[in-house]
Design a protein around this ligand. Structure first.
Ligand SMILES: [Zn+2]
Length: 157
């Protein structure tokens, strides 16, 4: 693995251990040239998946991007980081197991919402409000009511 600091073509593995509920190997590496230290993750990738966005653009599926969107939704919520990491791995496995090389972004969005809903109501609502892109406050209120997550906590039906 090339050193990201000085570009030296080789680095040494200092430590290697499973992480991510056994779904990944985490390696601590160091560069013999500049002494720089960095971490790499080795994961199974069954196939490359292309995501077809609503705009019609195609982009390679990016696990880190998925992880960032989930990190935003779960920010400051009382959820174990391991739990989130496992959820991400589970979503990726589900996506891969669909056996498609191209998937609409809505498939990923629905999968994330389903997982978040089981995990944390607040994270779910945060993600859904971004993902569904509610144009009107009324749309959002209707959504919350339908999901039984009315913010006021009152039964308004
Ligand atoms: Zn280096």
């Amino acid at each position: 693995m090339r050193c990201p600091f000085c570009g030296h073509p080789e680095s040494q593995v200092k430590d290697s251990r499973p992480s991510d509920d056994g779904a990944a190997i985490r390696r601590r590496r160091s560069c013999p040239e500049c002494g720089g230290r960095f971490t790499t993750f080795e994961r199974v990738q069954l196939r490359e998946i292309t995501i077809l966005k609503r705009s019609g653009r195609r982009t390679p599926f990016d696990r880190d991007k998925l992880a960032r969107s989930i990190a935003i939704a779960t920010r400051k919520r009382p959820i174990e980081p391991d739990r989130i990491e496992r959820m991400i791995s589970q979503i990726v496995r589900q996506l891969e197991s669909l056996g498609e090389t191209e998937l609409p972004s809505s498939v990923v969005g629905e999968m994330v919402m389903k997982q978040l809903k089981a995990l944390d109501d607040v994270a779910y609502v945060r993600y859904a409000s971004v993902y569904r892109d509610f144009r009107e406050a009324a749309e959002f209120a209707t959504f919350l009511g339908r999901e039984g997550l009315s913010e006021s906590g009152e039964d308004d039906r």
